[in-house]
Every structure is written in structure tokens, then in C-alpha cells.
Design a binder for this molecule. Structure first.
Ligand code: UD1
Ligand code: MG
Length: 416
């Protein structure tokens, strides 16, 4: 633990520009609320304290906080400076560096945050900004520099004149402060801007004017600077995060034929030498073993587990089910709430009818069963070891081991 670092996450804002009732920080990126990524980063820095400032629908957001994170409520959403002020009581007695993270900035990486902290602490600065050079910096605060190139303030886009708008160095929102200097500066922030808000960015001019030391570290990958304010930003962040996730799997030995069309949720597990074919959706809570083939056009939903060497092909949807090793489901199937054994053949068009209009029911298919094409398994139901269902069967009753059934409803044809 680093006793001289505290992290404050600003996450109180509404979803105004998202045009959403859901708090902005709970909007999902690769199957996970964006706040989750910021919390992970905070934890990885081993700070003495992590404080999350909540506001809009705070009870809902609080459920997503991880253990050890202190939450405070910003009563009125008066701006980012006011948000940080609400966190100060939780930092009482703390001396050192306060790192401010924004809950709508989910792509920042640990290495970058560490670099910023290191620079700030080694140079004994009062405030250190993380800035980025952007060709089209629309929407971001612009960095103002004096004639010696020293940072002297930040101007928000809404208050910027045409000259300011040409500045291509932007504020990412990530800032390190010396705690005492921050507390002092916050007292002087006034809502004298077009939005009539207390801007955290105004602390920079205040510190500069009182002769404090302000500097910046420039980010090298501008993707990390992305602040998610709109649905368009959300889609951009999702695409960048998806690329990172897919590259991680590839490094671990998973083949992804077309990474641009493999939609894999954060936290899914995929074993070595598995191959993911194009247009496949794998949700977060999915586990795939080794040497599996998935897709094209497969949808593995939450609670799916594929054991080693399984094969799931086109237009197969699986949810809350375990599929045993060496089982094959190659074409057009829905498998829900099902335990499938090993070496089972799931014929084309197989459907588990798991919902009776009120509740979900389970299906069990034992090892080596052969499910004929177009079989409907009306749950709750089970199919025994080495049993066979004929093409087009509608199975409404338990099928015993080594038994063949066929028809609508399915009847026993013969014992093997
Ligand atoms: C902010 C910065 C801008 C920077 C950009 C980077 C300010 C004034 N501006 O603008 O310079 O370029 O981020 O993405 O800081 N929040 C609260 N309480 C509030 C208001 C906001 O907790 O009263 C939180 C939001 O939940 C969000 C973060 O602070 O996580 C930033 O707020 P947002 O409204 O998105 O600021 P930007 O306009 O993006
Ligand atoms: Mg923002």
C-alpha cells in the first residue's frame, strides 16, 4: 500500500448528454459498467484510500462499489470542484497526493496513472495534469500555457473563444494534487462560467496565480483520454476496450479469426487453442475450455460453460448451461438451463423449451446421447445415456438410457 496516495473517483453526474435515466457510470462497456474499470484501476494503484463521489441515483451506483471503497454523496450536482469538495471530509487527516479520476473515463491504464503519480511526487508538484494532444479536441477543456510554456489554466469548451478552441492540448480530467494545496484552492473556485458550475479545472489558474507549481504529463495513447459523455463516445469506448480484450485472449493462445466481429465480454474465460469464428457474441459470465470451436454466428450467454473440445456452430444460442467435453452442436439450436453430458450430438434445429410461461425448467442430456435434428425437448425433461431422439421428436417425458424415441409426442421405438 502506498500511504501517501488517495484516489477520488468523481461519479455523481447525471446522464444528460447520454439522454438516459441510467446513471452514466453504470452504462456498460464490454458487458460491464464503466465504473468497474475505474474501480479496478484505483485498486491497482494500492492507494491508502479510495473515495467515490456519488450523486445521481447514488443508491443504485453504490451497489457496484467494491469493498474498501468509501462512498460520499454530493448533495447537489454543482460541478466537478464541488464534487471533490464533498470528498474532503472522507480524507480528513490524510496528507499526500490526491489522484482525481473521472468515472466516465474508463480507458485509462495503470501504467499511465502510475507515470503521472511518479512525475508528480518526484518533482514535488502542487498539481499535475494528464493532458493529451488531439487533432479534433471538441468537448474537452483546453490547456492554457503562459509565455514560458508553463501551464496557467484550463478553459472549458463552452467558455472558450475561437483562439482557445484552436488549442489542441486537452485536459483528460485526471489530475494529481497535493492535498493541502487542493483544499486551499477549492475555497476560491466560483461558478463564474456559462454553465454556472464549480469547475475543478479552475483550481489550476488559482494555483498558478498563487505561485504554486503546476505541470503536466502528456499521454501517449489518446484513446486513454476518452471521456464518455454521449452514446457515440460509449460506442467508441466499447470498440477500444473490445480490441484490448481480444488482444489479451490472442496473447494467451486463443485464435480469433476476425477480431472486429468477435464480441467478447469482460471477464469471460477462454482456454488455449480454442478458435472463435466471426460474428460471435460471448458474454461476460461464460467459460470456454481448451480446443473448442465457437461460431460463426454463435451467441453464448451468461452462465454458459463449454468443457474442452466442444464444438458450437452457426446460429447456436446457449444460456445457463454446461456442455460436456467433445459434445457437438453445430447448427441452429437453442440450449437453455441444460446440463449436457460428454460426446453428445445435438442435431440441427434442437430446441430446449425451457420456459413454461411462468418459470424456467431444466433439461438434462446424458453422455453420448444423440439428439436428432429438429428435436424439441420440453423441460423439465431428461434424455438418458446413449439414448436417441428421432428427427422432429417432441420429447415431453424422460427418455431412459439406451432408448430410442420418436414422434410427436415422442414414444419409445425400441431398446438398443
Ligand atoms: C470534464 C472537464 C474537462 C475535461 C473532460 C475530460 C471539468 C469542469 N471539465 O468535462 O476539462 O476535458 O472532463 O473528459 O471538470 N461529476 C460529478 N459531480 C458533478 C459534475 C460531474 O461527480 O457535479 C462527475 C461526472 O459523473 C463525471 C465527471 O465528474 O464522471 C466529469 O463530469 P462531466 O460532466 O462528464 O465533465 P466534462 O464535460 O466531460
Ligand atoms: Mg465527461
Amino acid at each position: 500500500m502506498n500511504k501517501s496516495i488517495a484516489v477520488v473517483i468523481l461519479a455523481a453526474g447525471k446522464s444528460t448528454r447520454m439522454r438516459s435515466e441510467t446513471p452514466k457510470v453504470l452504462h456498460q462497456i464490454c458487458g460491464r459498467p464503466m465504473l468497474g474499470y475505474v474501480l479496478d484501476l484505483s485498486r491497482s494503484l494500492k492507494a491508502k484510500k479510495i473515495v467515490a463521489v456519488l450523486g445521481y441515483k447514488h443508491e443504485e451506483v453504490r451497489k457496484y462499489l467494491t469493498s474498501g471503497v468509501i462512498s460520499v454523496v454530493q448533495k447537489k450536482l454543482l460541478g466537478t470542484a464541488n464534487a471533490l469538495k464533498s470528498a474532503l471530509p472522507a480524507l480528513k487527516g490524510f496528507k499526500g497526493t490526491v489522484l482525481v479520476l473521472y468515472g466516465d473515463n474508463p480507458l485509462l491504464q495503470k501504467e499511465t496513472a502510475s507515470k503521472l503519480l511518479k512525475y508528480h511526487m518526484e518533482n514535488n508538484l502542487d498539481a499535475t495534469l494528464l493532458t493529451a494532444q488531439m487533432e479534433k479536441p471538441a468537448g474537452y477543456g483546453r490547456i492554457l500555457r503562459d509565455k514560458y510554456s508553463g501551464i496557467c489554466g484550463i478553459v472549458e469548451e463552452k467558455d472558450a473563444d475561437d483562439f482557445d478552441k484552436d488549442i489542441k492540448e486537452i485536459n483528460t480530467g485526471i489530475i494529481c494534487f497535493n492535498k493541502d494545496r487542493l483544499s486551499e484552492a477549492l475555497k476560491f473556485v466560483k461558478p463564474d462560467n456559462r454553465k454556472k458550475e464549480y469547475y475543478l479545472t479552475d483550481t489550476i489558474k488559482i494555483l498558478y496565480k498563487s505561485g504554486r507549481l503546476v505541470d503536466a504529463v502528456k499521454i501517449s495513447d489518446i484513446n486513454e483520454a476518452l471521456g464518455v459523455n454521449s452514446r457515440v463516445d460509449l460506442a467508441k469506448a466499447n470498440a477500444i476496450m473490445q480490441r484490448r480484450i481480444n488482444e489479451k485472449y490472442m496473447k494467451e493462445g486463443v485464435s480469433i479469426v476476425d477480431p472486429a466481429s468477435a464480441f467478447i465480454g469482460w471477464g469471460a474465460k477462454i482456454g488455449k487453442d480454442s478458435v472463435i469464428y466471426p460474428f460471435t457474441v460471448i458474454e461476460s459470465d461464460v467459460r470456454i475450455g481448451r480446443r473448442c470451436f465457437v461460431g460463426p454466428f454463435a451467441h453464448l450467454r451468461a452462465g454458459t460453460c463449454l468443457e474442452d473440445d466442444t464444438l458450437v456452430g452457426n446460429f447456436v444460442e446457449i444460456t445457463r448451461s454446461r456442455i460436456g467435453s467433445k459434445t457437438i452442436a453445430k447448427h441452429f439450436s437453442y440450449i437453455g438451463d441444460t446440463a449436457v453430458g460428454r460426446r453428445v450430438n445435438i442435431g440441427a434445429g434442437t430446441v430446449t423449451a425451457n420456459f413454461d410461461g411462468r418459470k424456467k425448467n431444466r433439461t438434462v442430456i446424458k453422455d453420448r446421447a444423440f439428439i436428432g435434428s429438429d428435436t424439441v425437448l420440453v423441460a423439465p425433461v431428461s434424455v438418458g445415456f446413449d439414448a436417441i431422439t428421432g428427427a422432429g421428436s417432441v420429447v415431453i417425458r424422460k427418455v431412459s438410457d439406451k432408448t430410442t424415441v420418436a414422434g410427436v409426442p415422442a414414444r419409445v421405438l425400441k431398446h438398443k
